[in-house]
Write a protein that binds this ligand. Structure first.
Ligand code: MIC
Length: 654
């Protein structure tokens, strides 16, 4: 049977289950990636589980999110992470070295391998012919310990690319086009696999842009072939030996098919406050802007900065526009400096920041209230920029640069200049000086973990009770993102290694009283929340499950869940339920009390059962999609309890 690339990658890593869409499969993980904002928890989990040493082929810890140091917290976390990587045998990418996804691509990505990362944009490395997936920290900790990842077998969505991009249209517009067609739920349960003649015009970094924002479609992963473009990229990085060819077999088919004719695309923009809110830029041209921001893993390439530099060269950005340049890796920044592009940007009025995620996650560069910010970043969920009343648009570097010059959203095709064609450096800089190699085991085992005063261990969690009466503390609508469940931003992120403290910010964007009401519910046996479709989309941050759980969340009842958040809820013992009849969503209100009886039995006996709404004479049919393995996790109150129990019995992890 001819196979597509996704099937090849899955088959060669399958350790359990059948390759039937929707069924649970276990996959061997070759590489892992953690970043600091999620990595501190991962390292604490490794410690809690008593893991000796990473069992993967390569595991790397990047420090790219929490890089503004206004007090001791972030700096202490960096030292904790450095000590943990030395202890457990991981690579350590120091602050300033760059964003995890492009740096991983440059230094460690290998075609044919699997990569699991505690960051939803881990899928970016699918550009290298890898099966790269985002996951919660606990799943990544287990993968580091040598355990498989369990996912539902995805459908494979083949996207045929034909034609060639017109001038002023670039890779970002390709993924925005897919978001325009299918919105933020379009990729759920699917791996997106690109193929076709249009590919030959897209460099490995262009493909990174597209693969990265597969996360915004909710996809399990994005896969590109490993072809001559990938070989060229690896050769430039001094790693040609890591190249293997990986393409779909002739005659391979896909579960679903789509075609994009690149020649027909135009510059696109996602309006506030969803990456799926995409329109042609011409529709919003003339809207005044406060900020134009270039960088992030959604436009990390040399080309992305160089094209902006060429557009603004010899000109000055409009008065009042903050033109923020956030380089994505040190080695690329070096080349942009050498080739004069940074000088062009600075002379035009740019503000240059250090290599890292920065404003993409609200770590600096927050816009003024209610003013329009144009960004090449992947997400514009409400409040994510760090400003609560924000208004963020997502676009290509071409649009961002053109708009910076004009002070208003501008279709770059209207600029009075030819489209700058960018020549990539022939011998790009390769710089490994801030990427520390794993220590040999003999040395590593004596390393002590350094824990600053802000680092708190994860509190114990109880097993799933059999009888519960749970007040609904929040009733929410569709597409609630993990940014709304637990904000990012410079105020909140420094508490990522301190669960009791970070819990104070849970759901604050939606309801500031949640924390106090949650704390009260803990003594009364907990609470539930209700949501609509695509609940928990976006970031993989497991804190969005952990913090509500710490505040007594026992049941999340929604129309449907986003993949990673659903898994995180299970990992920490929060029962994720969906309405069997969606109309029942309208029957219940915030403040109602859900009655769950004989729950442990019901969860084990089948996927559907009924719960009552106290005093209302309503019963609601609900369903859980847990596998047998996950039912066990749920009954124990989460993965940590299960793993600890097994290790105490001298058994293997899972
Ligand atoms: C994001 O883009 O939302 C983040 C910040 O990178 C997150 C990770 C985090 O919240 O730490 C993600 O994508 O998973």
């Amino acid at each position: 049977m001819p196979q597509n690339i996704t099937e090849k990658l899955i088959k060669s890593h399958l350790v359990s289950g059948e390759m039937v869409p929707g069924k649970e499969i276990g996959l061997k993980i070759d590489q892992t990636l953690t970043q600091d904002a999620t990595g501190t928890m991962v390292m604490l989990e490794l410690e809690a589980m008593g893991v000796e040493r990473a069992q993967t082929e390569a595991s790397a810890q990047y420090v790219d999110h929490n890089i503004i140091q206004v007090d001791n917290k972030n700096a202490d976390d960096h030292l904790f992470l450095q000590s943990a990587t030395r202890r457990f045998g991981l690579y350590y990418s120091r602050p300033g070295n760059g964003v995890s996804h492009p740096v991983h691509m440059q230094r460690l990505a290998k075609p044919g391998k699997t990569l699991l990362g505690s960051d939803s944009h881990t899928c970016a490395n699918g550009c290298m012919g890898m099966l790269a997936m985002g996951a919660g920290g606990m799943d990544v900790a287990l993968a580091i310990a040598g355990e498989p990842i369990y996912i539902k077998m995805p459908k494979v969505w083949g996207i045929k690319l034909t034609g060639e991009l017109p001038d002023w249209v670039s890779a970002k517009d390709i993924i925005l086009e897919l978001l325009r067609r299918y919105d933020v739920k379009g990729g759920v349960g699917k791996v997106i696999e690109y193929y076709g003649p249009g590919l030959k015009h897209l460099s490995a970094m262009d493909r990174h842009v597209i693969a990265n924002m597969g996360a915004e479609l909710g996809a399990t992963g994005t896969v590109f072939p490993s072809d001559e473009e990938v070989r060229k990229f690896l050769k430039e990085q001094g790693r040609e030996d890591d190249w293997i060819e990986l393409t779909a077999d002739r005659g391979a088919s896909y579960d679903l098919e789509e075609e994009i004719n690149l020649s027909e695309l135009e510059p696109l923009i996602a309006k506030p406050s969803s990456p799926g809110n995409v329109v042609p830029v011409s529709e919003v041209a003339g809207t005044p802007i406060y900020q134009s921001y270039i960088g992030s893993s959604a436009n990390p390439g040399y080309r992305d900065f160089a094209v902006a530099a060429e557009i603004v060269k010899g000109k000055t950005v409009a008065g009042g526009v903050s033109f923020d340049i956030n380089p994505t890796s040190r080695q690329m920044l070096t080349d942009l400096v050498k080739d004069g592009h940074i000088a062009s940007l600075l002379q035009a009025g740019a503000r240059l920041h250090q290599a890292g995620c920065n404003g993409c996650i609200g770590m600096g560069q927050a816009p003024a209230t209610g003013r329009n910010s144009l960004r090449t970043t992947p997400r514009n969920f409400p409040g994510r920029s760090g400003t609560q009343e924000d208004s963020v648009f997502l676009c290509s570097p071409e649009i961002a640069a053109a708009s910076a010059l004009k002070g208003e959203i501008t279709d770059p095709r209207t600029l009075d200049m030819p489209y700058p064609k960018i020549k990539e450096p022939e011998n790009p800089t390769v710089d490994t000086s801030l990427l520390d190699e794993p220590l040999p085991y003999e040395e590593a085992r004596n390393v002590e973990l350094y824990k600053g005063p802000n680092i708190a261990s994860i509190p114990p969690m109880d097993a799933l009770p059999d009888e519960m009466e749970l007040p609904i503390l929040l009733k929410m609508g569709d597409n609630i993102s993990t940014d709304e469940i637990l904000a990012g931003g410079a105020r909140v992120l420094p508490y990522r290694s301190n669960l009791p403290e970070i819990s104070k910010f849970a759901f604050e964007i939606i309801d500031k009283t949640y924390y106090a009401r949650g704390m009260e519910s803990v003594v009364e046996g907990g609470h539930a929340i209700v949501g609509g479709f695509n609940y928990g989309q976006g970031s993989s941050r497991e804190h969005a499950a952990l913090a509500p759980r710490f505040l007594g969340l026992r049941v999340a009842l929604v129309k449907d869940f986003a993949r990673i958040h659903w898994q995180n809820l299970v990992n920490f013992g929060v029962l994720p339920l969906t309405f069997v009849n969606e109309e029942d969503y309208d029957q219940i209100e915030q403040g109602d009390i859900l009655q769950l009886g004989d729950l442990r039995n019901k969860v084990q006996q089948g996927n559907e059962f009924t719960i009552n709404v106290k005093g209302k004479n309503i019963s609601i049919q609900v369903s859980h999609a847990l596998s047998e393995r996950q039912v066990e996790v749920m009954l124990k109150g989460g993965l940590i309890n299960l793993v600890k129990e097994r290790l105490n019995r001298g058994q293997t992890l899972l």
